[in-house]
Ligand binder design. Sequence first.
Ligand code: FEO
Length: 119
Amino acid sequence: MSYPIPTPYEWSTTLDIGNAELNEQHKKLFTLINALDAKRSCGTTLKELLDYVVFHFKTEEDLFAKAGWSESASHKETHDKFVQDALALTSVGDAEMQFIKQWLITHICASDMKYKGVI
Ligand code: FEO
């Protein structure tokens, strides 16, 4: 299942996963994705986004471990798959931006929401 890409592409309270630190990280991901959309290149802006994505995923995964969350392993798999796919990008055009924007919104709504109230 995928969720519609919001316009403008911004964090909103419907994406509140109940953890202030993680909400702030999600907001920054929207900002970095918009920066990549403006730049449309595989250079520094994409690297900055991917570095922050990895940092964000690690923050979540550490919290999962601390909470002993039972769905941690499958959630980590979705993180790892995204990083793998994003690292393989060789250009940033409409299709790639659609993929990245769709992935984040769907991941927050369908996957991150599952840990709301747990971590
Ligand atoms: Fe907020 Fe599971 O990434």
